[in-house]
Ligand binder design. Structure first.
Ligand SMILES: [Zn+2]
Length: 383
């Protein structure tokens, strides 16, 4: 089935132009249109969330039913591609979760949900001293364990602590396998991070800060720490949980200024996302959600209940333009995980398309041309 939508198109390069987009499974035409009747809604590329544990009551660690809930809930909020993200569970549970993501991909994914482009392994190769909300099941990244997770064939991103014994060798193996190598949940000093980043990049790998500023200490004059190194490095991607709970708007602006082409929005959402206030669960721990903030019983900040549409709205509140925010929600995440078939409204790319109203709320969502949100429309129906 082919579709045509008219509105204010956010085009590659950042231009905002009224016009019409034609697509089936892929984008077939992007036509500028001087006709002012194109309307006030915005048409943007679908959001890509490279760090999301759960949502809609489901979690990556649940296997297939959790993945279905996650993909459907986040599609309702404009996310068209996800990397379901594992928790630092016992090793067998991590492997089972990765096998479930691989099986879901083989079976064609989740109908009515975001596309699963692979998995993000967050832990167990992290620091036991900087767990954040991760349960204490950390492991050192031995060659055998690294080979086991790579054997699932489903990983696109990994988070590890570079000070862990074996981390550099593991980082190189992950880079050679094409993964984005994230630094996070770490107590490393600046020298350790610098050497690790250099080694991975020299092997042709892409490096990233996993939820920049969270679970990695701070920036100080004599000790810039992981965030200082990763902000200063011209190539590392910078994940930001832009819920204004994990990250202050000024910290976000700092990331944007240091790396406007490297900063990307993530949710780090957990199963409670989209479920309202109340009790929930993360990695076997009780979570209390109140007023959009999620804490463990010991008071420490748990994952978020953020969705990508809200992250984009928050980026606008922090002073970005819609093209800038859109790029951080689509193109930059795609680049960070080596996906070149999506992330912009460009002829030939996957038709992952989101329609926003004048207040930037989601009106309609298409995943590879399949409508998953909104009233069926064609022609100039949406404008
Ligand atoms: Zn984390």
């Amino acid at each position: 089935m082919s579709h045509s939508l008219s509105g204010q198109l956010i085009l590659p390069g950042g231009a905002v132009q009224s016009g019409t987009i034609h697509f089936s499974e892929v984008i077939e035409g992007v036509t500028p249109d001087a006709d002012a009747s194109a309307g006030s809604c915005f048409i943007v590329p679908g959001f890509i969330d490279t760090h999301v544990h759960g949502g809609g009551g489901g979690d990556t660690m649940d296997g297939a039913p959790g993945l279905a809930r996650l993909c459907r809930l986040h599609a309702q909020h404009g996310t068209t591609t996800v990397l379901p993200t594992t928790m630092t569970g016992p090793w067998e549970q991590v492997m089972q979760a990765l096998e479930a993501v691989a099986a879901m991909r083989r079976s064609g994914g989740v109908s009515g949900g975001a596309d699963i482009a692979g998995a993000h392994l967050e832990g167990p190769f992290i620091s036991p001293q900087r767990l954040g909300a991760q349960p204490p099941n950390t492991l050192e990244p031995t060659p055998q364990l690294v080979a086991e997770v790579l054997g699932t064939g489903v990983l696109r991103a990994v988070t590890l602590a570079p000070e862990q014994p074996g981390a550099t060798q593991a980082g190189l193996a992950f880079a050679r396998a094409g993964l984005r190598v994230g630094i996070g949940h770490t107590v490393a000093d600046a020298e350790t991070v610098t050497e690790f980043v250099r080694a991975v990049q020299q092997a042709g790998g892409r490096t990233a800060a996993t939820h920049l500023f969270n679970a990695m200490g701070g920036v100080q004059g004599r000790e810039p720490g992981p965030p200082g190194v990763l902000l200063a490095d011209p190539q590392s991607f910078l994940e930001v949980i832009l819920d204004f709970v994990h990250v202050h708007p000024t910290s976000f602006q700092l990331a944007c200024r240091a790396g406007p082409g490297r900063t990307l929005l993530i949710t780090d959402a957990m199963r409670a996302a989209g479920e309202g206030d109340g009790l929930s669960e993360l990695g076997g721990q009780t979570v209390i959600v109140r007023n959009g903030e999620a804490h463990l019983e010991n008071g420490s900040l748990a994952g978020s209940v953020l969705t990508m549409d809200r992250a984009v709205q928050n980026a606008l509140k922090a002073g970005l333009t819609l093209p800038e925010a859109s790029r951080m929600a689509s193109l930059i995440p795609a680049q960070s995980i080596g996906l070149s078939d999506r992330g912009e409204l460009r002829v030939g790319l996957r038709a992952d398309v989101v329609v926003l109203d004048a207040e930037y709320r989601v009106l309609a969502v298409y995943v590879a041309g399949q409508q998953v949100v909104g009233q069926p429309v064609s022609g100039r129906g949406i404008s």
